[in-house]
Design a binder for this molecule. Structure first.
Ligand code: ATR
Length: 277
């Protein structure tokens, strides 16, 4: 049996086991997929034990993605840019490979599932923590005309921009903006802060929204309500939480482990249905 798992803390609410069970049924793969709680600073020994006991691969979520990047021998470009790994697989010659499918998962959800354009658009990203670091490279690769990064602590946004400017080919599109420097009518606004998880609203000027603005929260479910409610109340054209991103990043992880592509649309629908039941 193929043994997979997701590691994090907290972990009990993770939807990943349901998602991977649905993918496995589609392509006739047999697997077990468990949730594994990682005590503080224990990622490496807990992950090593899982693989020593026959694990085939794992997903990694908050707060272990940085530790997972340290743990692997080899990592993909997205993972190195983010210094964070959300998918670990076995290397043929021994050792572990780390990938980060969060950025491509977000981009797939925005473009394919929601039909929002990214190329040649003006994007505002809120937050400058781990979640944003994980997706910024993928957003920049879509060649938007600008990406503004706005964070409660402006210095952290400046540091993140500096890091990406030096890692990727220097890009004029990316800038950290303070509250006073926020522009009007962004095409796409992505909330990558954890404010909603703590039921906190972000203090934002409504002028950043125009009638064609699309607003996305990388969190799904209740944690996305504060930001998306604000966006709807201020006239956004479209809004979405991050459930599609969760399923798309999982589909890319599944493809890494089994070299099989899976359908995501029905799985997103199924999870939405479970949410309302
Ligand atoms: P994650 O891994 O979820 O990104 P993180 O690295 O701790 O978690 O980052 C949390 C992000 O949410 C940060 O950008 C944080 O802003 P600060 O850098 O100023 O701390 C942001 N954040 C959290 N609560 C917030 C709030 N109430 N209003 C605005 N931003 C908030």
């Amino acid at each position: 049996m193929n043994q997979l798992a997701v590691f994090g803390n907290p972990i009990e609410h993770s939807r990943s086991p349901d998602i991977h069970a649905a993918f496995a049924a589609q392509v006739d793969v047999e697997l077990t997929y468990n949730r594994i709680l990682v005590p503080d600073n224990e990622f490496a020994p807990v992950a090593q034990r899982f693989f020593d006991n026959g694990g085939l691969g794992c997903n990694v979520t908050v707060p272990c993605k940085g530790d997972a990047w340290e743990f692997v021998k080899e990592a993909g470009e997205n993972a190195n840019l983010a210094e964070a790994v959300n998918t670990i697989s076995l290397l043929p010659g021994g050792g572990f490979r780390g990938d980060n499918t969060d950025g491509p998962g977000l981009v797939t959800d925005l473009r394919q599932n929601l039909g929002w354009s990214l190329g040649d658009t003006r994007i505002l990203v809120l937050g400058a923590g781990g979640a944003v670091r994980g997706v910024l490279g993928s957003l920049l690769q879509e060649e938007p005309s600008l990406v503004h990064l706005h964070n409660r602590t402006h210095k952290t946004a400046l540091q993140l921009v500096d890091r990406f400017q030096s890692c990727m080919k220097p890009t004029g599109q990316l800038a950290a903006v303070s509250k006073d420097e926020l522009e009007k009518d962004y095409d796409v606004i992505i909330n990558g802060t954890s404010a909603g998880l703590a039921d906190q609203a972000i203090d934002l000027p409504p002028a950043i929204l125009g009638k064609d603005s699309c607003c996305y929260d990388m969190v799904y479910g209740a944690g996305a309500r504060a930001f998306l409610g604000w966006a709807e109340g201020n006239g956004a054209r479209a809004t979405s939480d991050g459930l599609g991103m969760l399923v798309e990043q999982a589909a890319l992880a599944f493809e890494i482990w089994f070299n099989k592509k899976v359908e995501t649309e029905a799985v997103i629908r199924q999870l939405r249905q479970m949410e309302t039941e």
